[in-house]
Design a protein around this ligand. Sequence first.
Ligand SMILES: *Cc1c(COP(=O)(O)O)cnc(C)c1O
Length: 401
Amino acid sequence: MNKQEYIESAEQELLHTYNRFSLVLDHGKGVYLYDTDGKEYLDFAAGIAVCAFGYGNEEYGNVLKSQVDKLLHTSNLYYNVPTIEAAAKALEASEMDRIFFTNSGTEAIEGAIKAAKKYAYTRDGHAGHEIIAMQHSFHGRSIGALSVTGNAHYQEPFEPLMPGVKFAEFNNLDSVRALVNDKTCAIIMETVQGEGGIYPAEPEFIEGVRALCDENDILLILDEIQCGMGRTGKMFAWQNYGIKPDIMTCAKALGCGVPVGAFFMTQKVADKSLEPGDHGTTYGGNPFVGAAVSTVFDLFKKNKVLENVNVVAPYLEQKLDELVEKYDFLTARRGKGFMQGVVSTLPVGKVSAKALEHGLIVITAGADVLRFVPPLIIEKKHVDEMLEKLEAALLDVEAEE
Ligand SMILES: *Cc1c(COP(=O)(O)O)cnc(C)c1O
């Protein structure tokens, strides 16, 4: 089949929940992807902040291949070595005490919500607690995760959702404080809002929320699914601030392409939280994903991935700032490390599509933001190449508007 036939076939078969770009990807190498026609694309999306090592990392691939031959799955009724090792490495990197592996980010959010509810239930001797979430947040599409996702458009057709969720304004401490009452069990937010348009938490805000939680025995849940795993130059984005969450969620680059998520908690939470019978998963933390996660943490260290982010990200910021300065149709840059957003008055979806013609993969966030979440291994030369291609795409779209 040729590309057009593949696309037509897909549109007959797959439920139409995405308006996909006309691109059939075939293979990848380093920070480049190739479509079925052999056309090359510089990738600044990394499968939505997933492929931290880019494509075709040999060491990673070899570990996965040998684990496939050895043992894929056992269920959680038994222990397995790769997952025990993965847990130890994840806990060391996160400064947390307990971890539960899931199959996705959404499921990590579900687990985090249940853990917080159970903590408050144990503490107070009754159920009926509330959660404060943020406007313009994104935590996933299941009913629980959707209930804490501050996007009316995503929520509306599926109401009624989980009750007891209130929405505050991100980076507005007073708006959070105003919603706290004696039923509040948790405040959930992304450390850097992703889908909502790349908004990092301001230090005073996250410190203030932490203090509010401490004063009222409320749990702070930080969603690090997109901003975690080195993307901001620290292993987890909250490590840029002087605070620590009680519960944290992670996914996306945790498996670098192998579907896995996790929720983490401190021992204080674990002591009053989920017990045998409260939560479970068939696949979660099986030997295959255990080997994947364990090797991801090894390769972060061995390949000095954080060091690379901290060297190359300031260059990316500087170059994006120069671009924003140069063009009236670009109005702002926001972000941290390799999680950057540029606000544009041009239709950003068209810019994304046009960038493909120029051999660049770049995605959007919200209605007016171009999002840059490249593999964490990009070099300065890739930033230069990206800017050249992006500029060409921007000027094409401007000319067409
Ligand atoms: C992607 C994402 C999720 C959902 O993760 P899935 O693996 O798609 O279920 C949740 N929260 C944030 C911040 C995300 O970026």
